[in-house]
Every structure is written in structure tokens, then in C-alpha cells.
Design a protein around this ligand. Structure first.
Ligand code: PMP
Length: 412
């Protein structure tokens, strides 16, 4: 009997299980949301004044509550004067930064609209970053992402020559989806390299800065300080949120930048809104108390999700440890595992999994224009399912990986 027949039989058994499992998106599990359940009754009737005596029930306060900004300034390593606390979504803030840059130009530079502009996209990367660019007609140029950040030599060569390259996406801590953590050398290179575009912008999406999976909890790199020291204070705009700390979709998002960038953003944001949801911000202040409260809360998240990562990685090792050309990431934080399968088979793996009732993020999603030239990368999101569901799903994925590889005619 051939290997292919074995894998086909295992796959037929899988089909017979009638699974309905979902590993598509990095959502918190219900048990994680339960950790913040108390927030649903905060701040509570009668508790509506900020530390400075501001009534949070009314309009105003476009920078966000100072006491919440102080907590997250410490956690994100951004000076409080350079950090805004805003509404529920950091992705919306990224959207707004792009729109303001397109329409008005950054800090006095020429607007991006009406000419051909490009963003560099470290790959594999976050599909929603790429979707934002695509929706606004910003051309995307993939660059390679390693374990310690993107290839800075490749980037330096591109940005030095081409003034139409106006920005780069980054997820510097526990990158979505590879788990890469940028080291200081990479960050120094990014903030200091000469760029043909005077307004070259690093979109510093620190969505997972606090989402450690081990007891090593490195502080975020002082990216704004490094950029200022390199003479490029306006180059970096940073983003974060409590979406995967408190409630996804009902948290608080943060934007950091140079003093000038903050003024620029506030100016245009002031047309868009009369102020953020300060009731929600006060709720967060009451719930956490201080930065240590947030750190302690994140350790409780870790207790729930680290065993899921451990289980997924153990099954991958057991089932695919000897599979040719198959590799996966070993993240120390964040929400994802990147699985690399045999070249040319990722789409087939995702299709086989779908037919067996296991939903995976579409192959190619982690590349601009959904084009993974090697058809190799699959993103696994292990946080949402229960341990039992996750076990069934990863076992199933492993069978699909084997079968897809066995279907490809041998090169020999
Ligand atoms: N950035 C990254 C890298 C993410 O993975 C996510 C959530 N999946 C977001 C941003 C979205 O954040 P928010 O909920 O604050 O819009």
C-alpha cells in the first residue's frame, strides 16, 4: 500500500467525523472574555468623574482620560504626552491615519492622493493591513520578514531610491502571524535609514505588545525615542488596543507619535468626532487600577491560552515532525502559529480542511493581494476553540498537510 493511500484513508476517516471547527481568526475564547466580566458593571451608577473631576458622560476630552493614558504610556513605553486614548479599534485609527495622509498629507508633506504611492509589507503579515491598502489604492510591495524583523537591507535599498514608497506596515511584537519580535538593531535601522520620501511612515502596530505566552515579559522598545534620537521623530506612528485584553470590539485603542504628529492627528480627528468614549475609558481605569493590574490580567489570559499553543505545537511535532519541507513557528506571544507546508500545497490543504469541516484562514491571506508566490503559508489561530476542539482540528490539519503533499506528483 502506498503512503498516499494511507493518507487518503486517514482523510476519509476525518470526513466521517463530521467536524465543524474554526481556526480562522484570532479571537479570544469565552473564558478569556469572562476574565473581564466585572467590567460590564463598571464604572457603575454614580461613578462618572475622572481624576480631574471631568464628567465622563459628556462630550470632549479628545486626548482621552489622562489616568488611562498614564497606565498605557508605562506599558507601551510611550511618553504620556505622545499617547492618545481613543475609541474601540486600533485598526480604525490606522484607517484614519491613511485617510488623513491621503487627503491632507502628513505634517505638512504633500498628500498621498492623486499620485502613485506604495507601502512596504513584511510577509507573512496581517491581512487587514493589506486590505486597508488595497481598499485605498495604495500599492503594496512585499519584503521578507525574519525572526527578528524585516530585512532592513532590502528595505533600505528600496526606500533610498523610490520617493513613492511612503510607508511600511510593522507588527513589532509577536507579529501576526509569525510571532516574530523585532530586535533593537532592526528598529534602529528602520527609524534611521535615509528615505527618498520625506514623510516615510512606519505604521507600528503593537497589537500584541502585552500578550506574552511565557514568563519573559520584555518591555516594548522605545520606538519614538529611537526615532527622535535618529533625527526622524515623525517617522513612527504607533498603535495598540485592549481588544484582546478586555473585550474585543469594546476596548480602548491608543495612538502614539511625535508631539507634532499627535497635533496633526488631533486636528483631523477633531472634524471626525467630538471626543472618544470616556465612559469606557473610566471603566478600564476602574477595572485595572494601574499598569501592574494590566500585567496581572494578561497573566490570567496566558494561563488560558498557553496550554492551547502547547497542545497545537505538540500535535504538529508528533504528526508532521518528519514531514518534508513542513515547518511552523514557535511563538512566545501573540495569537497565531504560522504553518509552512510543502510548496504549492497550501491552497489544497485549506480546501481539504474545509471539506472536512475545519475552517482555516484562506491560503495567501498573509500576503499582499492574497498572493503567496510559493503557496506555502497557512495561519493557525488556536485561541478560540476549546482544547478538545483544537486537538481535533490540528490532528485534522496534519492529515490534510500529508495528503496534499502526497497528491503532488513526485519531482524525482
Ligand atoms: N493589529 C493586529 C496585528 C491584529 O492582529 C489585530 C486583531 N486581530 C488588530 C490590529 C485589530 O485591533 P483592533 O481590535 O484594536 O482594531
Amino acid at each position: 500500500m502506498t503512503e498516499a493511500t494511507d493518507f487518503q484513508r486517514a482523510y476519509d476517516d476525518l470526513l466521517g467525523q463530521g467536524l465543524a471547527l474554526d481556526l480562522t481568526r484570532g479571537k479570544p475564547a469565552p473564558e478569556q472574555l469572562d476574565l473581564a466580566e466585572e467590567m460590564l458593571s463598571l464604572p457603575g451608577a454614580g461613578d462618572h468623574l475622572s481624576a480631574a473631576g471631568v464628567d465622563v458622560r459628556n462630550y470632549g476630552g479628545d486626548q482621552g482620560l489622562p489616568e488611562l493614558r498614564e497606565i498605557f504610556a508605562e506599558l507601551l513605553n510611550v511618553p504620556v504626552a505622545q499617547l492618545l486614548a481613543l475609541d474601540n479599534s486600533s485598526l480604525s485609527l490606522m484607517h484614519d491615519v491613511l485617510v488623513y495622509s491621503l487627503l491632507h498629507g502628513r505634517n505638512g508633506a504633500e498628500p498621498w492622493a492623486g499620485r502613485s504611492v506604495k507601502f512596504l509589507c513584511p510577509v507573512p503579515g496581517y491581512d487587514r493591513h493589506f486590505a486597508l491598502c488595497e481598499s485605498m489604492g495604495i500599492e503594496m510591495v512585499p519584503v521578507a520578514l525574519g525572526e527578528r524583523g524585516p530585512d532592513v537591507e532590502q528595505i533600505a535599498a528600496l526606500v533610498a531610491e523610490d520617493p513613492s514608497i511612503v510607508g511600511i506596515w510593522t507588527v513589532p511584537t509577536y507579529a501576526n502571524p509569525t510571532g516574530a519580535v523585532y530586535d533593537e538593531e532592526t528598529v534602529r535601522a528602520l527609524v534611521s535609514m535615509p528615505t527618498a520620501a520625506p514623510d516615510f511612515t512606519i505604521m507600528w502596530d503593537n497589537a500584541y505588545a502585552l500578550h506574552h505566552l511565557t514568563d519573559e515579559e520584555p518591555a516594548p522598545i522605545d520606538v519614538h525615542g529611537l526615532a527622535a534620537a535618529a533625527g526622524n521623530p515623525d517617522r513612527v506612528i504607533s498603535f495598540a488596543s485592549t481588544s484582546k485584553i478586555t473585550f474585543a470590539g469594546a476596548g480602548v485603542a491608543f495612538l502614539g507619535g511625535s508631539v507634532e504628529t499627535i497635533a496633526w492627528f488631533r486636528n483631523y480627528a477633531g472634524f471626525r468626532s467630538i471626543g472618544p468614549n470616556k465612559v469606557n475609558q473610566l471603566r478600564h481605569v476602574r477595572f485595572f487600577g494601574d499598569a501592574e493590574g494590566v500585567r496581572a490580567h494578561m497573566r490570567r489570559h496566558r494561563e488560558i491560552i498557553a496550554p492551547k499553543f502547547d497542545l497545537a505545537l505538540r500535535i504538529l511535532q508528533e504528526r508532521l515532525g518528519d514531514a518534508e519541507a513542513v515547518r511552523w513557528s514557535h511563538p512566545a506571544g501573540g495569537y497565531f502559529i504560522t504553518l509552512e507546508v510543502a510548496d504549492g500545497t497550501a491552497t489544497r490543504v485549506v480546501q481539504l480542511a474545509k471539506e472536512a469541516g475545519i475552517a482555516l484562514t484562506p491560503a495567501g491571506a498573509s500576503h499582499p493581494y492574497r498572493n503567496d508566490p510559493d503557496d506555502r503559508v497557512i495561519r493557525l489561530a488556536p485561541t478560540m476553540p476549546s482544547l478538545a476542539q483544537l486537538e481535533a482540528a490540528i490532528e485534522g490539519v496534519a492529515i490534510c498537510v500529508r495528503l496534499a503533499a502526497a497528491e503532488v506528483p513526485s519531482q524525482a
